[in-house]
Design a protein around this ligand. Structure first.
Ligand code: SAH
Length: 193
């Protein structure tokens, strides 16, 4: 209830990045990804894994080093460039046919491809479909009014036998305004069906 009408414009996220207000970023890999990795991969290698609203999550490098192909999207070019710099990964940059103003930053080794654009501009025609999704700081960062749209986009990007790992946070939404926003399990169930 309390957070339902909160809206963070994209500019607000860009400002957070430029001011270094990025306490959500973790310097080390996420323990829940490590713990539940088998759910995501079922022991397979060479999967396509999607990081919606990726920021500069270090787990992208971790999965790529394991032999997976990682695709991320973030509206902040600064975040994506900091990712490649922090990980000492060379990359090249090109425009994205079909999304004006968007950029695709791809590691020279080819297995990490980060789109700099609004996630709602993506489609399976542009990024293909994924075997797995790691959603940390993503559904909980989406404006509450945009959740149905976000989930329907993510569903359209998933292969039939894919898995989706979602991290949410539990707290009293009357005490903090978010993000991260409070997304109770009942809403996760109604959103994803
Ligand atoms: N998942 C990352 C970042 C979480 S913060 C992590 O766990 O560290 C949320 C991120 O979403 C920010 O980096 C912000 O720039 C990005 N973002 C917010 N709205 C977006 C949108 N509509 N399209 C693409 N990226 C967006």
């Amino acid at each position: 209830g309390a957070q339902r009408h909160r809206v963070l414009p994209v500019e607000e996220w860009l400002r957070k990045w430029s001011e270094g207000a990025t306490a959500f970023h973790r310097a080390s890999g996420h323990p829940l990804l490590q713990e539940h990795l088998d759910v995501l991969t079922s022991g397979h290698s060479g999967l396509r894994v999607f990081f919606p609203l990726c920021g500069k999550a270090v787990d992208m490098k971790w999965l790529a080093d394991m032999g997976h192909s990682v695709v991320g999207v973030d509206v902040s070019e600064q975040a994506l460039k900091e990712f490649f710099a922090d990980q000492s990964l060379p990359y090249c940059e090109e425009p994205v046919p079909g999304i004006s103003g968007a950029k695709k930053l791809q590691s020279t080794s080819g297995n990490i491809c980060l789109y700099c654009c609004n996630i709602y501009d993506l489609s399976s025609a542009i990024v293909g479909k994924f075997d797995g999704v790691w959603d940390r700081g993503a559904l909980v960062a989406v404006n509450p009014c945009d959740r149905p749209r976000y989930v329907s986009l993510l569903s359209s990007l998933m292969e039939k036998n894919s898995s989706y790992l979602l991290v949410t946070v539990l707290y009293d939404p009357n005490k903090h305004e978010g993000p991260p926003f409070y997304v109770p399990e009942s809403e996760v169930k109604s959103l994803f069906g």
